[in-house]
Ligand binder design. Structure first.
Ligand SMILES: C[S@@+](CC[C@H](N)C(=O)[O-])C[C@H]1O[C@@H](n2cnc3c(N)ncnc32)[C@H](O)[C@@H]1O
Length: 248
């Protein structure tokens, strides 16, 4: 990834999948220190509410185990463990720097007995079939070129009637809110990010990856194509974020 250390990333739709994965790893390894702060600041703490809403939709009925895919610094894993005291939580991510922050947070909340965060790739999960009641991914799927593989892996590791949840930043329907959000994403957000991180190009890439995310209809079709049933779409905050839920 040395050629990308200029902190100047190409546009999402101009690079092949391997390069995209390299860019994603480079970005998250370089923004780790400021990641939680920037999430709260740039979303006006909405990210916290969106994760809480996701956790409130979870249904534990058999294994009492939850898998947080692309866990990053572990926020969703921790929210789940704090909300459901009888649930054991696993989290995986392929950027060790993000996981290390998450592990610090798990230890500081004395949750190491119930929450374990490990290196893992969303497209090749290291867990056996039917291991969890629920698996979820918050703000990760946008960064994964092979979304179908990631969704089928999430489905594989949950039990029958278990839930696959995807929380992702999306664009509102075309109109006033779309124009306002697009201005914020492309004009304001990278400038704000520049005040706090050396890698402000990461936030240009972020805006680009949101604008290029499939429409809700296409994403639901993708969930159905891997065999998920009863797929539901829950738009959050004028549609700038969407929670997708499907069952096995
Ligand atoms: C925007 S962060 C989200 C982190 C966390 N889920 C949250 O709610 O804040 C995206 C994370 O996805 C991870 N990621 C992207 N592609 C991945 C993959 N194929 N396997 C595992 N982790 C991946 C990145 O390393 C990064 O930590």
């Amino acid at each position: 990834m040395n050629e990308l250390k200029s902190q100047d990333y190409p546009y999402v739709n101009q690079v092949n999948d391997d390069l995209k994965i390299g860019i994603v790893k480079d970005i998250f390894a370089s923004v780790t220190d400021k990641y939680d702060f920037l999430n709260r600041f740039l979303s006006g703490r909405r990210d916290v509410a969106w994760r809480k809403r996701t956790v409130s939709e979870m249904n534990f009925f058999n294994t009492h185990r939850f898998l947080d895919v692309a866990t990053g610094t572990g926020d969703l894993a921790l929210d789940c463990a704090n909300t459901y005291p009888d649930v054991n939580v696993a989290g995986v991510d392929f950027v060790q720097e993000m996981l290390d922050k998450g592990i610090e947070k798990v230890q500081s909340q004395n949750l190491d007995e119930r929450v374990s965060l490990n290196w893992g790739d969303a497209t090749k999960l290291q867990y056996a079939d039917n291991s969890f009641d629920v698996t979820a991914m918050a703000f990760g799927i946008r960064n994964i070129p092979d979304k179908e593989k990631a969704l089928s892996e999430m489905k594989r590791v949950i039990i029958k009637n278990g839930q696959v949840m995807v929380l992702e930043l999306t664009t509102p329907e075309p109109g006033f809110w779309w124009r306002t959000y697009s201005f914020y994403l492309n004009g304001v957000l990278p400038k704000l990010a520049k005040l706090f991180t050396k890698n402000s190009a990461a936030y240009v890439y972020l805006a680009d990856s949101i604008m290029n995310f499939p429409t809700r209809k296409k994403f639901v079709a993708l969930m159905e194509s891997v065999g998920l049933k009863n797929c539901r779409v829950i738009p959050l905050t004028f549609g700038v974020c969407t929670l997708y839920i499907g069952t096995k």
